[in-house]
Every structure is written in C-alpha cells, then in structure tokens.
Design a protein around this ligand. Structure first.
Ligand code: ADP
Ligand code: MG
Length: 249
C-alpha cells in the first residue's frame, strides 16, 4: 500500500506564508476531497506535493512510503507515480500531446513500452472522453478550451497510470455532460487501480460521480474540519462562513 503523508507543513511563496502547519495522510484506495474558500492554499498544497519550486517549505515534511520527498524534483516525483491535474493547465506550443505522452510513458515503462497498445489506448480514451481525435496531435493544450484542457489532464492520468492522483478543480470549465464523463472516468480509474486520490473542488455535483471517503475543509492554510461525504452537502447548504464561523466561536 502507498501512503502519502504531510506533516506540520508550513510553506511560503514570496515571503507570504500560505500553508500553516498542514497535516494530511492519504493511502491507496482512499479518495480525499478538499474544499474551502478561495485563497486558502488548496492549489498551493497540490503544487507543493508535486514539487513546484515557487513554494518554499519552511517547516514540516512530505513523505511517500516513509521516504522524505521535500527536496525531490518534479520529474522524480512523477516517476515515483505522483500526478497533478492542474487548476489551470498550461499551454505548451511545439510539443504535441501524443509526443509528450509517448515520451513520458516510454521513460516510465522502458522496454515494456508497446507503441501499438499506446496508440490503441489513446484512441479508446479520446473516444470515451468525447475528445476530437486530432487534438492529440496538436501542441499540448494549444487552443484547447478550458473544458478540453481538463479532459486532457484526465487523458494524461489514464495513460501515465499514477499511484497518487492530485486533481485541482478538475470540474471547473466543464459542461454537465463533460463533468459526467470526467467524473466517471476518474471513478473507473480509481476502481481499476486503487490509487490515492486528492481532489480539490468547490462543488458537490462532482461528488455525484466521484465518491469520497473523506471531506476536509481548508481555511487559512490548514484543515479546520473533516468529515464524510455529507459534509459537502452541508457546505453547499450553509456556506463556509457559517461552518468555519462555528469552529472559531
Ligand atoms: N507564487 C505565489 N506567490 C505569492 N503568493 C501566492 C503564490 N501562490 C499563491 N499565492 C497566494 O496564496 C494564497 C493561496 O493561493 P491558492 O493556493 O491558489 O489558493 P486556493 O487554491 O485555495 O484558492 C492566495 O492568497 C494566493 O494569492
Ligand atoms: Mg486553487
């Protein structure tokens, strides 16, 4: 079993303290959801786990299966099986989706890499996700709409087969049909491979498809409340102010 553990993590960017004494443990086969108002550090958390150099760890540690990964490079974490679907996926001109994925997968699978099954898998995924087939030959996210970018993150996840999946607002920019496709695709991947999943979302509706074990409310750089999936409904009904206000009283 894989375990990602974040202990007493305090993180700064440009002298601003964003994560404050943050703690969380995620095991394979668990889905954790993080909700919380804008600007509380949710995206920062996902980026720090992935190894983004814009964020400096000033205290605490991130361990993966007992190994401290605080100082590891992004590519080393990716190779270990950590994957981040970003809130705002970047556009990379000049490198096609297909070339990028083939290179990444070949690097991971070495002599086990099979071009034909790679091509077949991409074809089946683009069709499942209702993505235009020519998109895989375009530059990464080049000219993709917001929703298409999100689907592309899910395509990457399915090809790279990570053990730790971090998805930051994967539902934003998706129409209702696409939301269903993405949600079901994530859940199918989860049922097949039992990764550890950390999902950041603002909306209960994604949880119609993805069934979390835990929901955490993040506020001011750390988790202030955890519960089961009923917490998402309560947040939708009552709002954060009331829920967080109750804690601070
Ligand atoms: N690289 C950075 N430099 C300075 N401030 C940052 C940086 N990244 C994020 N922040 C700030 O940290 C806070 C948390 O950001 P973020 O993690 O994106 O929040 P969330 O995803 O919860 O909305 C925000 O106030 C944001 O402006
Ligand atoms: Mg964010």
């Amino acid at each position: 079993m894989n375990i990602l553990k974040i202990e007493n993590l305090t993180v700064k960017a440009n002298e601003k303290e964003i994560l404050k004494d943050f703690n969380l443990e995620i095991k394979s086969g668990e889905i954790h959801v993080i909700m919380g108002p804008n600007g509380t550090g949710k995206s920062t958390l996902t980026k720090v786990i992935m190894g983004d150099k814009n964020y400096k760890i000033v205290k605490g540690k991130i361990t993966y299966n007992g190994k401290n990964i605080n100082k590891m490079e992004v590519y080393e974490r990716a190779r270990m099986g950590i994957f981040l679907g970003m809130q705002l996926p970047l556009e990379i001109e000049g490198v096609s989706n297909a070339d990028f994925l083939r290179t990444a997968l070949r690097e991971k699978e070495k002599e086990n890499f099979k071009l034909l099954s790679f091509i077949k898998e991409i074809e089946s995924l683009t069709s499942k996700l209702h993505m235009d087939k020519e998109m895989i030959h375009r530059g990464i996210n080049e000219g993709f709409s917001g929703g298409e970018r999100k689907k592309n993150e899910i395509l990457q996840m399915n090809i790279l087969k990570p053990d730790v999946v971090l998805l930051d607002e994967i539902d934003s920019g998706l129409d209702v049909d696409s939301l269903k496709l993405v949600g079901e695709s994530v859940m199918e991947y989860f049922n097949e491979r039992k990764p550890a999943i950390l999902l950041v979302t603002h909306y209960q509706r994604l949880l119609d498809y993805i069934k979390p074990d835990f929901i955490h409310v993040m506020y001011d750089g750390h988790i202030v409340l955890s519960g089961d999936k009923t917490l998402a409904l309560k947040i939708e009904k009552e709002g954060y102010d009331k829920i967080v206000g109750n804690i601070h009283e």
